[in-house]
Design a protein around this ligand. Structure first.
Ligand SMILES: Cc1ncc(C[n+]2csc(CCOP(=O)(O)OP(=O)(O)O)c2C)c(N)n1
Ligand code: SF4
Ligand SMILES: [Mg+2]
Length: 251
């Protein structure tokens, strides 16, 4: 029998059928329960479809202006280092308006965790092109398909952050099938464990479905992650540096 994690509120979410956000919320809630950090965690919600994440995940929460979640999380963590601080963000939030905050928070090696939900589109506002929209992908603002010659190629966040010295943990996972969901949970748990141990900045990118704005049914949405997204955004652990290794490197 399915047991709802204590860290997940017993409420109906506003997410569409087949959306990845609900799955990722549940995985995060399970990790918070297992690590017994629910009472100690502060979640920074983004502007995007997960804007109400603090209503669904039973922890203290704060809303950040669009793209500013890592800056808000930085302030929180520096003021309250005893708390576990999580910045939960979509691709528009994290890589468009918030690209600067993302880069510099990672570069400073802030001891916090970023969960990056990459669904290759602006979900909340009705399906505009995001920095991660694939080449040729049709959106409201790229009706003939993304043209890299005009607007650039889709940005790979993990690869970009992996060029920086400071981050402790960087992994890209997905939630398009049960095996991938299990790996995502492991990655989120590890990221939180690294924050608990003081290892530094941890970043988990999760490839996620937005069937509503992709104009497909939920099953086709999951297949599209596998067939279209993963070839451009390979699932991979990019960085894995526990606290003890960071100390060794520093000495
Ligand atoms: C300063 C500002 N600019 C633009 C917007 C409009 N806006 C709201 S959500 C969003 C993008 C959401 O996309 P994403 O971050 O990918 O999240 P998703 O909904 O796909 O999960 C935008 C542009 C805003 N709310 N505030
Ligand atoms: S619009 Fe897309 S991202 Fe937003 S809730 Fe619906 S499926 Fe999820
Ligand atoms: Mg998005």
């Amino acid at each position: 029998m399915y047991m709802r994690p204590e860290s997940l509120e017993n409420v109906r979410t506003h997410y569409c059928a087949g959306c990845g956000h609900g799955i990722i919320h549940k995985l995060l809630a399970e990790c918070l329960d297992e690590l017994e950090i629910r009472q100690n965690t502060i979640l920074v919600a983004p502007v995007g479809c997960a804007v109400l994440a603090y209503k669904y995940i039973n922890v203290d929460g704060l809303e950040a202006a669009h793209g500013r979640a890592p800056a808000v999380a930085t302030g929180l963590k520096r003021a309250r280092p005893e708390n576990i601080v999580i910045s939960y963000q979509g691709d528009g939030d994290l890589l468009a308006i918030g690209a600067g905050e993302t880069l510099h928070t990672a570069n400073r090696g802030e001891n916090l965790t970023v969960i990056f939900v990459n669904n290759a589109i602006y979900g909340m506002t009705g399906g505009q092109m995001a920095p991660t929209t694939l080449e040729g992908q049709k959106t409201l603002t790229s009706p003939y398909g993304r043209n890299a010659a005009e607007v650039g190629f889709p940005i790979r966040a993990c690869e970009m952050l992996d060029t920086l010295e400071a981050p402790a943990y960087i992994e890209r996972t997905s939630v398009h099938n049960p095996g991938a969901v299990r790996k995502t949970k492991k990655a989120i748990r590890k990221a939180l464990e690294y924050q608990i141990s003081g290892a530094g900045y941890s970043f988990v990118e999760v490839l996620s479905m937005c069937p509503t704005n992709w104009g497909v049914d939920p099953v086709t949405g999951a297949s599209w992650v596998k067939d279209a997204m993963i070839p451009w955004f390979p699932l991979k652990k990019f960085r894995d540096r526990p606290a003890e290794n960071a100390e060794k490197e520093a000495s």
